[in-house]
Design a protein around this ligand. Sequence first.
Ligand SMILES: C[S@@+](CC[C@H](N)C(=O)[O-])C[C@H]1O[C@@H](n2cnc3c(N)ncnc32)[C@H](O)[C@@H]1O
Length: 268
Amino acid sequence: MTSLDRKTRGRTSHQRLQALDAYLAHSERGLLTRGDGAWARAAFVDLGFGEHPWTTLESARAFRELNPGLPVVGVELEPPRVESAREHADALTDFRQGGFELPLRPGESVRLIRAMNLLRGYRPEEVPAIHQTLGGALLEGGLLVEGSTDTPGAVLVAHLLRRVPEGISREALLFHTDFSRGFAPVLFRDWMPRDFRRRVKPGEPIHAFFADWTAAWQEVREAGHVEPPEAFRHSVLRLAVRIEGLVTDAWLLEHGYLLWKPPGGVFR
Ligand SMILES: C[S@@+](CC[C@H](N)C(=O)[O-])C[C@H]1O[C@@H](n2cnc3c(N)ncnc32)[C@H](O)[C@@H]1O
């Protein structure tokens, strides 16, 4: 354990991260399939898979539809969770005990790190160092996904952080809902990544983002778009007129994803 790692409860559920898998398969196909040089054997690392390795195995299945030879490494701080996950290990799938300093073996490289529902027990001030430590394990161009969901995975918000020559870039924020809980922008507030979790309050840039989105949502409802998927899609299109960096790809909007790539990166 490093000074940053901390024991946390291991609750998880089947399909919790399925929407994130679908997003990555849609929008990061190049990252998942790249095969030149060190990328040929570059792994997907699922950090903090929990008391069961369900989400790791589900993602392995989803990503291997694009890249059948993809190595997958599930990492957990708690040795008993690693022990019981090992019954699912195979030639391409490994489970290892470790923390933010990833337990990589000589010659191994990493294309994608997922750290979902992990940082609730950590302090917001610790998050930048955690992002830096994890990002340091990625190949240049690799991606770190860190964020939160509710228990079934119906609501998700995640940072997308890219390894660039200068370090790690706060490239985008990803929001997703499957609409099973209806839709209003405030739905996401309690599932913000750790560093934004308690900052949706006046004076904070993330509060301004929510205020703009809520205004856009109210306007489209008044215009008659009241069904959650429709209200979501139109609210994002309207928000895109107000703020820079919203990605209005039709597939994203139809499937409940808001992807925001502010010019210059996501503020701290
Ligand atoms: C709530 S579970 C989340 C499981 C799964 N990722 C999900 O989203 O359903 C969080 C897990 O992260 C593990 N964890 C917390 N800090 C960690 C660290 N620094 N390194 C590795 N695992 C960690 C905990 O032991 C716990 O099992």
